[in-house]
Design a protein around this ligand. Sequence first.
Ligand SMILES: CC(C)(COP(=O)(O)OP(=O)(O)OC[C@H]1O[C@@H](n2cnc3c(N)ncnc32)[C@H](O)[C@@H]1OP(=O)(O)O)[C@@H](O)C(=O)NCCC(=O)NCCS
Length: 164
Amino acid sequence: MDPKPASGSESHLTWIVAPQDLNIHGTLFGGQLLALMDRVAAIAAMRHSRQNCVTVSIDKVDFVAPVRHGYLLDVSARIHFTARTSMEIYVDAWAEEPLSGERTHVCEAFFSFVAVDKQLRPIAIPQVALETQRDQQLNAEARKRYEERKAGHSVTRSAIRRPQ
Ligand SMILES: CC(C)(COP(=O)(O)OP(=O)(O)OC[C@H]1O[C@@H](n2cnc3c(N)ncnc32)[C@H](O)[C@@H]1OP(=O)(O)O)[C@@H](O)C(=O)NCCC(=O)NCCS
């Protein structure tokens, strides 16, 4: 499979924060924001792999600032790391006051997705071709996390395996 550029699958969503999106404080419910971010990341994962994809992990979610009722929300997702069947995607969200246009960074997170076949088994994906210095930087950090997790994974799995 030929590598595919990160920009080719970059995905965006714009949302207006309405009453049904609010928490008891009258600001955007964090779960709703995460759901929107998951959705945009899933679109980027599917566009990159041209396969069905499932969320396998959400890492380091930072809610930086509240989002108020009536604000516009821009959510973007861009892939910076691929392994055999999995990919890591940086997702960030910006809130915009609709009258002034003033924008505030409100959330970021790293999503991992796995491409799956019809039986929901992991399936190989094309590698991502990095295009920017930021892609390179995120890729190096993601590779380190991937390798650390792979090393930790086998330990955890064997430790929790039930006795025969
Ligand atoms: C995704 C899923 C099919 C992977 O199954 P699995 O048995 O862990 O498969 P594997 O161990 O072969 O791992 C497959 C890939 O997932 C990656 N992976 C597994 N767990 C991971 C985690 N916690 N974080 C990041 N990547 C992970 C592996 O590194 C591997 O990537 P690679 O092929 O690029 O090296 C399985 O975990 C699953 O179905 N999860 C539920 C997904 C879902 O329903 N999501 C929606 C939640 S609401």
